[in-house]
Design a protein around this ligand. Structure first.
Ligand SMILES: [Zn+2]
Length: 340
């Protein structure tokens, strides 16, 4: 088995792991697709105590072998590897609040990740992809689940306006999901190509913040009422400053992203206080993986159009270094792991 291992700060190597036995509750997968994003680039840039570690958080594989006790999966099944799993032992887990587990294990962060040709994983970490969802779509399950978690936390209602700062991967998925929830997304970004893509995906209100003052435009779109909700996505490259002006009094805001992303979240919270805004911080997909599968089956979100570039397995090391130098370059960088 081959794997991309971060061995040291700014050092990633393709290593041979030899043959891996399949334990009785485990499943062996041939990896089909994976994403390279800030999870991998951050591990590469910052290193830390967990090194050496195989990189890779999000991936889809095909079952090639099952352990003696595995009955839920069979050869040929396509599965998404659940990136984050609760420990099952802490007080939050024992009291039924698994999403608040403080000792979660995370592929490519606390445990060896998925950037390998073959991987052996516990069957409890797998989510079966229905026939309608292929490996290119399935690899986005955590990203779609993050959008579901965001809209659930915001308690988005039909017909509400939701200002989304950043036509990032998260922003473009949340905007599409918002339409599915019958809310009205208003997507703001500085890059015209990203906004043009958003329009192709059916997001009918977009604002180029280089050319237009978003607050004035939101005023006009909402007929002077302003938006009930707002999402700030990390990697948007936009400032939080003045963004609270987009909202009504009592409005709800979510900051969405992962703690390994580089972003400047400094902001003056006085306007938020004045308007008594409710602020949520969303950095996990919660337990929304199966909702995400549903969203993909029903084509509520188009994730295939968000793939900026596809690379072969052999180019992963180079890609991780590239993303480390420019986190915002790609919307999504997809690894076709079958091409070795
Ligand atoms: Zn726990």
């Amino acid at each position: 088995m081959k794997a991309w291992k971060v061995t040291n700060e700014r050092s990633v190597e393709l290593v041979d792991m030899g043959a891996q036995p399949v334990a009785e509750n485990c499943v062996k997968l041939k990896m089909l697709t994976a994403l390279v994003d800030t999870h991998e680039s951050s591990l590469y840039k910052k290193g830390g105590n967990s090194l050496p570690l195989i990189a890779g958080r999000q991936g889809v594989g095909m079952v090639t072998e099952v352990g003696a006790n595995v009955t839920a999966f069979k050869r040929g099944d396509k599965v998404f590897i659940r990136p984050v799993s609760p420990c099952g032992k802490c007080s939050n887990c024992k009291n039924g609040r698994k999403s608040e587990c403080e000792h979660s294990y995370v592929y490519g962060k606390t445990e060896d990740g998925v950037l390998r040709d073959f991987i052996t994983v516990p069957q409890t970490d797998l989510i079966l992809l229905p026939q309608q969802v292929d490996e290119t779509e399935g690899v986005f399950i955590e990203q779609v689940a993050l959008a579901v978690e965001t809209l659930d936390r915001l308690k988005i209602e039909k017909g509400e306006h939701i200002v989304i700062l950043g036509a990032t991967l998260a922003g473009l998925i949340i905007a599409q999901a918002a339409i599915y929830y019958q809310a009205v997304p208003i997507l703001v970004d500085l890059r015209e190509d990203r906004l043009a893509l958003a329009e192709k995906l059916g997001i009918y209100y977009t604002i180029n913040a280089v050319e237009t003052d978003p607050v004035k435009k939101v005023f006009s779109i909402t007929c002077g009422k302003m938006a009930e909700t707002m999402v700030y996505t990390l990697l948007s490259g936009m400032t939080v400053r003045r963004s609270f002006e987009n909202l009504v009094r009592g409005g709800r805001v979510a900051f969405v992203g992962f703690d390994d992303m580089e972003a400047d979240l400094s902001a003056d919270l006085m306007p938020a206080l004045g308007k008594e805004l409710v602020i949520y911080m969303v950095s996990s997909a919660g337990d929304n993986y199966y909702s995400a599968v549903n969203m993909l089956v029903s084509s509520a979100v188009d994730v295939k159009s968000l793939v900026s570039s596809r690379i072969e397995f052999d180019k992963i090391g180079q890609a991780i270094a590239e993303v480390a130098d420019n986190e915002k370059k790609y919307i999504a960088l997809l690894v076709d792991a079958t091409k070795i």
